[in-house]
Design a protein around this ligand. Structure first.
Ligand code: SAJ
Length: 408
């Protein structure tokens, strides 16, 4: 039975650690956040995700431990955040560097460090190898570096952990095979062994591809709005072509992956990333586009009081509790900049108060607004769509088919 440390117990690290533990691997989950570790130690999960409760229970019964301290081990899985610097659009590798440094303090000779965090292509060569060498470790002998980028989608993480294919980027095939064996304790998908640089690049490319595809759908939505065409009908029809697969327009692209990773390429290759940059700009313009639609609808109905408007959904997408980079929060920020206050909002997944005018009860929220803007298609609203029948509705997710519903 292998002994591993999973470092960083957030949206990716925690389910991964639990999955390893469930499959019989000896796991210590490590995070510098004392509160988070204490919460897990006391049996309390730190975020909601389908199937996570059951997985947690199984991992606990298999003896998973949580700690703030790194411990001696042969394998480390690093799943810490990799934000980008807003001004330069480049990666901030400080969490990865600090995790690797802490691993070096305790690891056994020949330990394998697998970096799961998404990193910009070249990060391992530019930032990780130098710090290991500066500390006198020989890469390939004292420690081995591997990049195993995560691919799981919030909302379906547990299923995807088990079934998605994986990329294993390494310097040495033998080490790649060892890592493949470890992941095959739970992963049934195909695992491809490649070099580190290709693994870094392919991960960022996957998310950039999706960002560009969504931007295309959003641009189509704007074109169709201008001439009153039905963008959904057009996409549905075009997608019947065997080689066309356009995604869905929406109020913007949120989350900490698709709206962040393309910037890594823009930051490193500014003169070569025209398409990628333009796609980012289009997706980032969508919250403002929705704001414009709200303004038009208010005018049409002679409503001047913004407190009659309610935004349904604060998370970045349906049925998750993650609000990072959420289009609704971007929209609220834009309103704030224009000193427009008083709009209402509600989300069944957001229990704490994160914005002014936020409701925690669906019925109260519905009672207090005249215009409902569907920003997120949580199951709750889909199942209660009839409650909207006396409201003015702006549906940015194309889930409401009540007569008179406004679309993007
Ligand atoms: N969105 C649209 N239209 C669509 C699809 C999505 O507007 O047709 C919006 C969503 O509402 C959301 C945003 O895009 O605001 C991103 O959501 P998502 O479901 O497309 O993706 P994420 O960010 O939850 O997860 C992505 C996934 N990447 C790809 O599908 C290529 C996931 O597999 C990655 O593991 C994850 O990024 C990551 O961590 O990198």
């Amino acid at each position: 039975m292998k002994n591993i440390n999973v470092i960083g117990l957030g949206y990716i690290g925690l389910p991964t650690a639990l999955m390893f533990a469930k499959s019989g691997v000896n796991v210590i989950g490590v995070d510098y956040n004392i509160e988070l570790v204490n919460s897990l130690k006391s049996g309390k999960l730190t975020f909601e995700e389908d199937g996570l409760d059951e997985l947690f229970a199984k991992a606990l019964s298999n003896g998973i431990e949580f700690s703030n301290e790194y411990s001696q081990s042969e394998i480390y899985i690093v799943a810490v955040p990799t934000p980008y610097v807003k001004e330069s659009k480049k990666i901030d590798p400080s969490y990865v560097i600090s995790a690797v440094n802490s691993v070096l303090d305790v690891c056994v000779k020949g330990a394998i460090i697998c970096i799961e965090s998404t990193i910009s292509p070249g990060t391992i060569d530019r930032f990780v190898r130098p710090i290991i060498e500066e500390r006198g470790f020989i890469i390939g002998q004292d420690v081995h570096l591997v990049h195993t980028p995560e691919r799981i989608i919030p909302g379906n993480m547990i299923y995807e952990l088990e079934h998605n294919s994986r990329t294993i980027g390494c310097d040495d095939n033998e080490i790649g095979e060892k890592v493949k064996e470890l992941y095959s304790s739970f992963c049934k998908g195909e695992m491809i062994i490649t070099d580190i640089r290709s693994a870094e690049m392919s991960k960022v490319v996957e998310n950039t591809f999706r960002d560009i595809n969504i931007a295309f759908a959003n641009e189509l939505a704007k074109i169709c709005r201008q001439d009153n065409m039905d963008v959904y009908e057009i996409i549905k029809t075009a997608n019947m072509h065997p080689r066309v697969n356009i995604l869905q327009p929406g109020p913007g692209v949120g989350g900490h992956c698709i709206s962040v990773d393309p910037w890594f390429l823009v930051g490193d290759y500014p003169s070569l990333t025209n398409l990628i940059w333009e796609a980012r700009k289009i997706n980032d313009s969508m919250p403002n586009f929705v704001l414009g639609r709200i303004r038009q609808i208010m005018k049409e109905h002679n409503i001047h009081d913004v407190s009659k408007v309610g935004l349904y959904g604060l998370t970045y997408k349906e049925n998750v509790d993650d609000t990072r980079e959420s289009p609704t929060l971007q929209l609220l920020e834009a309103m704030d900049e224009h000193l427009a206050f008083g709009i209402k909002s509600y989300d069944p997944f957001v229990k704490e108060m994160i914005v002014e005018g936020q409701y925690h009860n669906f019925d109260e929220f519905m009672n207090d607004v005249e215009i409902v803007v569907i920003m997120v298609s949580h199951n709750e609203i889909k199942e209660n769509i009839e409650c909207l029948k006396d409201k003015i509705i702006l549906d940015t997710r194309n889930i409401c088919h009540l007569p008179g519903t406004y679309k993007l």
